[in-house]
Write a protein that binds this ligand. Structure first.
Ligand SMILES: Nc1ncnc2c1ncn2[C@@H]1O[C@H](COP(=O)(O)OP(=O)(O)OP(=O)(O)O)[C@@H](O)[C@H]1O
Ligand SMILES: NC(=O)c1ccc[n+]([C@@H]2O[C@H](COP(=O)(O)O)[C@@H](O)[C@H]2O)c1
Length: 335
C-alpha cells in the first residue's frame, strides 16, 4: 500500500447507518497509523443515490440526515451529498475520482457543498503558515497528493465477483489507482478471495486487510428488521438515528405478506453449480454508466413519509408521497 496522505471514503446505502459503519473508520485509521502505512487526513461517507434502487433504501435526504446525526461528534468523518445529488446512480470509481480531484485541487469546485465534506486539514490549509510544515500545500500547490481510498467491509469486496455488478476497468481503477481498505467481517475470507482473482492479486499491495478484533455483526438489515417488528434497536446505532427513523416512520410496518419472502430470499443460496465465477469479472463499463446494477429493481419513485392518523402497528398502509413533493420538502429541521 502506497504511503502518504489518505482520505478514507465509504460508499454504501447506510439505510440506516449503524455503529459498525462508523467503527470501520476508527479501526482503519488506527491500523494505518499504527503500522506507519500513511497519514489519514479525513474520512468521508458517501450515501448512494436513490436510483440505486436497493431494497429498503429510504430517500437519500433521510439517510443523509441520519448520518449527520450519527457523526455529529466526529471531528474527522464527514458526509458527502455529492452522489445523492447527481442525476442518477454514480459508479463508485467515478465517485472516488471526483472526491480525490476536488481534494487535490485538480478540479474547479463544481460541488457547492464540498466544504461540508472536505477534511478540515484540507479546508483550513490556507490558514497554515508554510513554516508550520503543513504537509499538504506550499504556494497554493499540494506538496503531497492525497489518495482517496475505498473503505469497505469484506462483503463489498466480494461483491466484485457478482456478475454484472462491477466492470473490470472499474475494479482495476479502484484497486490500482486508489486502493482498498477492507475491514474484515465474520464469515468472509478476503485473502482467499484476493488470491483467486487475477485483478485483485495483481494489485494486492494496494489492498489493506484490517482485522476487526471486536467483532460486531450489526448491519442495517438487522436494525431495519428490529424496527419493522417494533422491537428495540437501541445500542446498535445512535439514539438520535433511531429517534429520527421513528419520527419519519422510515422502517416501520412492512406489509405482512412480505415477511416470509424476506426470510426466504435472505437465506436462499444458489445451487453449487450456479455460483458466481470469481476470477472472471464482468461487463463493459458502458453498461454500468448511471444505471443501477441492482438486479431488476427500478429506482424508487415513491417515499414513505409519515404514518396517517389511525395507523395500527403491524398493518400495511398506503402512505406515499410523490417525488416532486419530496424535492421541496427536504428535512432541514434535523440537519
Ligand atoms: N458489521 C460490519 N462489519 C464490517 N463492515 C461492515 C459491517 N456492516 C457494514 N459494513 C460495511 O459498510 C459499508 C456500507 O454498507 P451498507 O450500507 O450496505 O451496510 P449494511 O449494514 O451491510 O447494509 P444492508 O444490511 O442494508 O445490506 C460496506 O462496505 C459494508 O461492507
Ligand atoms: N459498478 C460499481 O461501481 C458498483 C456496483 C455495485 C455497487 N456499487 C456501490 O457499492 C455500494 C454498495 O452498497 P450496498 O452494500 O448497500 O449495496 C454503493 O455505494 C454502490 O454504489 C458500485
Amino acid at each position: 500500500m502506497s504511503k502518504g496522505s489518505i482520505v478514507l471514503i465509504a460508499c454504501g446505502s447506510f439505510s440506516p447507518p449503524t455503529y459498525m459503519h462508523l467503527r470501520m473508520f476508527e479501526i482503519a485509521r488506527d491500523y494505518i497509523h499504527s503500522f506507519g502505512i500513511g497519514s489519514v487526513v479525513g474520512g468521508i461517507v458517501s450515501p448512494v443515490h436513490d436510483a440505486y434502487g436497493k431494497k429498503d433504501l429510504v430517500a437519500s435526504h433521510h439517510r443523509i440526515s441520519m448520518l449527520k446525526l450519527a457523526l455529529r461528534s466526529s471531528n474527522w468523518i464527514k458526509v458527502s451529498e455529492w452522489e445523492s445529488r447527481q442525476a442518477g446512480w454514480t459508479r463508485t470509481r467515478l465517485s472516488l475520482k471526483y472526491h480525490q480531484d476536488i481534494i487535490n485541487g485538480y478540479k474547479s469546485n463544481l460541488d457547492p457543498d464540498s466544504a461540508e465534506w472536505l477534511p478540515d486539514d484540507v479546508l483550513n490549509v490556507n490558514s497554515y503558515d508554510e513554516t508550520d510544515n503543513f504537509p499538504l500545500m506550499t504556494n497554493g500547490n499540494y506538496q503531497e497528493r492525497v489518495t482517496v481510498k475505498l473503505l469497505c467491509g469484506a462483503d463489498l469486496l466480494e461483491s466484485f465477483a457478482t456478475p454484472g455488478l462491477w466492470s473490470d476497468e472499474d475494479i482495476e481503477a479502484i484497486v490500482g489507482t486508489h486502493g482498498l481498505v477492507v475491514v474484515t467481517r465474520a464469515g468472509s475470507n478476503p485473502s482467499k478471495f484476493i488470491h483467486e482473482s487475477d485483478i485483485l492479486y495483481k494489485h494486492r499491495r494496494n489492498i489493506l486487510l484490517v482485522p476487526n478484533h471486536v467483532v460486531n455483526e450489526v448491519s442495517s438489515t438487522v436494525v431495519r428488521r428490529l424496527l419493522r417488528r417494533g422491537e428495540s434497536a437501541r445500542y446498535l446505532t445512535d439514539d438520535a438515528v433511531l429517534a429520527y427513523a421513528a419520527r419519519h416512520a422510515l422502517y416501520a410496518a412492512a406489509p405482512e405478506h412480505a415477511s416470509l419472502r424476506d426470510v426466504t430470499s435472505s437465506t436462499a443460496r444458489p445451487p453449487p453449480g450456479r455460483r458466481a465465477k470469481k476470477t472472471n469479472f464482468l461487463i463493459s463499463s458502458s453498461r454500468t454508466d448511471s444505471v443501477s446494477p441492482v438486479d431488476g429493481v427500478k429506482p424508487k419513485l415513491a417515499y414513505v413519509d409519515r404514518v396517517p392518523p389511525g395507523y395500527v402497528p403491524g398493518k400495511a398502509v398506503k402512505i406515499v408521497s410523490d417525488v416532486a413533493q419530496h424535492a421541496t420538502a427536504g428535512d432541514k429541521a434535523v440537519r
